[in-house]
Design a protein around this ligand. Structure first.
Ligand code: HEC
Length: 130
């Protein structure tokens, strides 16, 4: 039976580590490096992180603190153009969780990023784009 014990102990240690990391995670600063990976897997297909480069969506360079619908040369939907919001980390957090809820009628074809830690890290990365 002893051969079964080792994996069980390892699993318990792993669970404890995950638990501890999860517990303090919420209070920790965003991990911009992890957020960069989220950006590349979830956003980069439609958004550039370079100034002035619009793709399917507007460039996200300098997006934090920017007014909705203000990226030059990008053809926004009426909904996004007239949303009259400032992209603060808080507004971005709500928007990225559910774009249609914050900007009803947006043409951004993205259902939302439901993992709060990933959103926090992603916004941490967006804050570096300036
Ligand atoms: C499939 C394409 C697509 C994906 C994926 C996508 N977006 Fe968008 N995004 C758009 C489009 C198109 C718009 C313009 C919306 C409009 O005009 O209604 C937009 C608009 C935005 C805006 C508003 C910008 C402004 O200047 O007002 C933000 C912020 C944004 N996206 C962030 C993100 C982030 C962060 C991700 C990754 C989690 C993401 N988007 C994923 C296509 C996409």
């Amino acid at each position: 039976m002893s051969c079964f014990r080792f994996p069980v102990v390892l699993a318990a240690v792993a669970m404890a580590l995950i638990g501890a990391a999860g517990g303090v995670g919420a209070a920790h600063a965003a991990d911009a490096a992890a957020g960069k990976q989220v950006f590349h897997s979830q956003c980069a297909i439609c958004h550039s992180d370079k100034a002035g480069v619009n793709k399917i969506g507007p460039s996200l360079f300098g997006v934090v603190g920017r007014h909705t619908g203000s990226e030059k040369g990008y053809d926004y939907s009426v909904a996004n153009k007239n949303a009259n919001l400032v992209w603060t980390p808080d507004v971005l957090d709500k928007y990225l969780a559910n774009p249609q809820k914050v900007v009803p009628g947006t043409k951004m074809p993205y259902g939302g990023l439901h993992n709060a830690t990933k959103r926090q890290n992603l916004i941490g990365f967006l804050e570096t784009l300036k």
